[in-house]
Design a protein around this ligand. Structure first.
Ligand code: SAJ
Length: 404
């Protein structure tokens, strides 16, 4: 079996490395975080991703996955590092470039390099290929190069890594075909081959599609608030139409993908992206809308020093991920305004700068309860029961999960 180096052991790299190791590949997982390799070797996996801890422990124990801090010679190199957003909404490719440069000393004839990280169209051919070719080998001829974007949903990563269809964009057809040989060992969905630019764009389009549709739902919620109509009922009824499927409004869009990727399209086509850009702006404005709603309700109730219980700080339900979380932004804004907060999230053990409360502690004696994340155990709560435990009677459900 081939030897594979997976570079970056984060949300995508670790599950990918563990699946490849399970298939029998000899996998070296490399991460710049020195303590991560040590932790993984001790069997410590810090994630709430279903099934991941046990799978990682098994392959580390059997030795098929070896966590390290340095690369090694291998037949295949898979880059799974983050592409964060700069302050001016551009893709920060520094991790991708560093990871590509780290492959250089080990790159040999007939090796395969795969980029899984999400990037602006053109990155694989215009940035990765020239870096890798500095050692004298030609991309697509002497070694193979492809972009194979991950498309898995946090919370369902292991299942979707196997079952989802996969797109492989080679810098030439041979590169895509060689990359397919790796993915077809564990993917049960279809595998589609294309060029690297199309694969890069397709990935961005998928998340932009979701962002634009969530923005539509969020705009509807603002319109319905203005008209004093129940947006959840409107959406529920509209969705009875056979060709209408409106997504759910909420406190905004978070996570490291949906809230970020549309900007990579804007970066590449600023004049052509009105809808995508406006959608981003609508979704980014949602935390302020929620803060406004909370303040308006408190003012109307005439409460002088309100205690506000905030339920949930992760970016979405049933994950422990806080990146770009709109709930966390709302909590931060309320805190900055000086409100007395009781923040509760069963998925988060600690969060810098915040005191976290148990659910009962948060609700007991609160004047206002704001549901920010629709975690399973929050959905089960009954507003009538909450009112008995609260001091005040303001309940704001930003996720539309409780009966109104
Ligand atoms: N959200 C809403 N309303 C909805 C759905 C979601 O407000 O109706 C919010 C969530 O609360 C969250 C954000 O949007 O804050 C994004 O959540 P998500 O579940 O829609 O998606 P992500 O960002 O966790 O994962 C997405 C997925 N993309 C698509 O569904 C098109 C996933 O398949 C991708 O692999 C992932 O991005 C990624 O890594 O790019």
């Amino acid at each position: 079996m081939k030897k594979i180096c997976v570079i970056g052991l984060g949300y995508i790299g670790l599950p990918t490395a563990s699946i490849l190791a399970k298939q029998g590949f000899k996998v070296v997982g490399v991460d710049v975080k020195k303590d991560l390799a040590k932790k993984l070797k001790r069997g410590q996996v810090d994630t709430s991703e279903p099934g991941l801890e046990i799978q990682v422990k098994t392959v580390i124990k059997s030795g098929t996955l070896q966590p390290k801090t340095e690369l090694e010679p291998a037949e295949v190199f898979i880059i799974c590092v983050p592409t964060p957003l700069t302050d001016d909404h551009k893709a920060d490719l520094s991790y991708v470039k560093d990871a590509t440069e780290s492959i250089l000393p080990y790159l040999r004839k007939n090796n395969l390099v795969i980029l899984e990280s999400t990037v602006p169209p053109g990155t694989t051919r215009e940035i990765l290929a020239p870096i890798l070719e500095t050692n004298g080998l030609e991309a697509g001829k002497d070694f193979y190069l492809a972009h194979c974007p991950e498309r898995v949903l946090p919370g369902r990563i292991l299942k979707e890594l196997v079952e989802n269809d996969r797109i492989i964009g080679g810098i030439n057809l041979r590169s895509a075909q060689v990359a397919k040989e790796i993915y077809q060992t564990f993917v049960t969905g279809e595998i589609y081959l294309t060029d690297s630019e199309t694969a890069e764009m397709t990935k961005l389009v998928e998340n932009s599609f979701r962002d634009v549709n969530i923005a539509f739902a969020n705009e509807l919620s603002r319109i319905c608030d203005h008209l004093d109509v129940d947006v959840w009922e409107v959406i529920g009824l509209a969705n009875k139409h056979p060709r209408v499927n409106i997504l759910s409004p909420g406190p905004g869009v978070g996570g490291h993908c949906t809230a970020v990727d549309p900007w990579f399209i804007v970066q590449k086509a600023p004049q052509e992206t009105q809808l995508i850009k406006t959608s981003r702006e609508i979704n980014e404005s949602m935390p302020d809308c929620v803060v406004e709603k909370v303040e308006k309700a408190i003012k109307q109730a005439g409460i002088k020093e309100p205690i506000i219980a905030c339920l949930g700080i992760t970016y979405k339900a049933d994950v422990d991920d806080l990146r770009e979380s709109p709930a966390l932004k709302i909590v931060g804004k309320l805190k900055d305004k000086g409100y007395s907060l009781r923040v509760c999230d069963p998925y988060v053990k600690d969060c810098i700068g915040l005191d976290l409360f148990a659910l009962e502690e948060a609700i007991n004696g609160a004047d206002c309860v704001v549901l920010l994340v629709n975690h399973k155990n929050f959905k089960k709560l009954n507003p009538a029961q909450l009112l008995k435990e609260m001091r005040g009677n303001i309940i704001i459900d930003t996720r539309g999960v409780w009966p109104s």
